[in-house]
Ligand binder design. Structure first.
Ligand SMILES: Cc1ncc(COP(=O)(O)O)c(C=O)c1O
Length: 383
């Protein structure tokens, strides 16, 4: 069995989540909008999950809108808010996931003006730099709670305060932060928060946008009026049930899980930092305890990912590989990392199932691979 070290891409389905979902796939087939007993059972299951997801975010159940993915939640946040306001400026961090950056850009067609907030060299959004981008015409801001590539955690409460004091609505993509650091929308002053089930041991294809009371979002999908008219479409009952159980499990034991993962991550980084030419990104910032994003100068990250895959280790790369040649991570470029070094980025993201033995074996394999590469390959950036 390969060693899975790519939990920020998606986490394995938690067996307890699967067990909770199975009855809703096998027996309880009701449509939650139906008035009969089967429908009422489905409705009750969804409402229970709504409570569990709300608790993870520090919100009230009525604030939760279930969606078909984290991507949909982010799109609903930006486009759904934009549709309720006259066009203005939109402050967005430059290190957001594409599911925030792309809708921000798409809103330009409706007259909105996206303004990017650059991070510092460690991947942090400085509240002062954020404040400097907010102008009198800014109506909405979006900064993620933790970055999916570097794992760098933002001071989201300070950023939200800054937005709030200027009358700006504040959205945070907490998809990577959930279950790894405590979240509390209400005390953190966040108006809208996105979550996704599959990053916390739940199923793929279920997300949620949590919206503060008194904030209006225009739906992206119109139809049967599910989710109080804010997200039409027959609910994915089993998926939502799984999300609920995953959220409940993610909300408890954060500190203990984090300590164990941090120890594993530090063990790995201890080995990496002894390798010549290896840089660890965001190392001086507060980071999610499970994430290491690093590069070896002169190596191509995609190639290294494939070599590691052949050697039995599944890791992520920092590149978007839709084109012939993978583009280096926009997050690293925004942090001011040289293109060539950024091209070499590889991400290890640990999960609860990983062990010291696996981390040691990975480090030894990486050392072997880097040591075995012909000298001519170093520095080309095209391996
Ligand atoms: C920070 C962040 N936002 C949004 C998403 C998109 O979520 P989903 O895969 O559920 O569409 C992801 C994961 O891919 C992510 O890491």
């Amino acid at each position: 069995m390969p060693v899975y070290l790519d939990h920020n891409a998606t986490a394995p389905l938690d067996p307890a989540v699967l067990a909770a979902m199975l009855p809703y796939l096998e027996r309880f087939h009701g449509n939650a909008s139906s008035a009969h007993a089967a429908g009422r059972a489905a409705r009750a299951a969804i409402e229970r999950a709504r409570e569990q997801v709300a608790a993870l975010a520090g919100a009230r159940p009525a604030q939760v809108i279930f969606t078909g993915s984290g991507t949909e939640a982010n799109n609903l946040a930006l486009k759904g808010i934009a549709a309720t306001l006259p066009p203005g400026a939109l402050a967005v961090s430059a290190i957001e996931h594409s599911s925030v950056l792309a809708p921000a850009r798409a809103l330009e067609a409706a007259g909105w003006r996206p303004r990017l907030v650059d991070p510092d060299g460690e991947g942090r959004i400085d509240p002062e730099a954020f404040a400097a981008v907010i102008g009198p015409d800014t109506r909405l801001a979006s900064v993620m709670a933790a970055n999916n590539e570097t794992g760098v955690i933002q001071d989201i409460a300070a950023l939200a305060r800054c937005a709030q004091s200027r009358g700006v609505l504040f959205h945070s993509d907490a998809i990577q932060a959930a279950g790894r650091i405590p979240l509390d929308m209400t005390s953190q002053g966040i108006h809208l928060m996105s979550l996704a089930a599959h990053k916390i041991g739940g199923p793929k294809g279920v997300g949620a946008l949590i919206v503060d009371a008194g904030v209006d979002v225009e739906p992206l999908l119109h139809g049967g009026g599910q989710e109080r008219g804010r997200r039409s479409g027959t609910e994915n009952v089993a998926g939502i049930v799984g999300f609920g159980v995953a959220a409940e499990r993610a909300a408890s034991g954060i500190a203990g899980r984090g300590e164990r993962l941090r120890a594993l991550r530090d063990r790995l980084e201890g080995r990496l930092s002894r390798l010549p030419g290896v840089a660890i990104f965001g190392a001086a910032a507060e980071r999610l305890p499970n994430t290491t994003f690093f590069a070896s100068a002169g190596l191509d990250g995609q190639t290294l990912v494939l070599m590691l895959d052949r050697a039995g280790f599944e890791v992520g790369s920092g590149s978007a590989c839709g084109s012939a040649r993978a583009e280096p991570s926009h997050v690293l470029l925004a942090m001011g990392v040289e293109r060539d070094l950024a091209q070499g980025a590889v991400r290890v993201s640990l999960g609860a199932g990983n062990t010291e033995r696996e981390v040691d074996a990975f480090a030894a394999t990486l050392e072997g691979l880097l040591g075995s590469l012909p000298a001519g390959l170093a520095g080309t950036g095209t391996l």
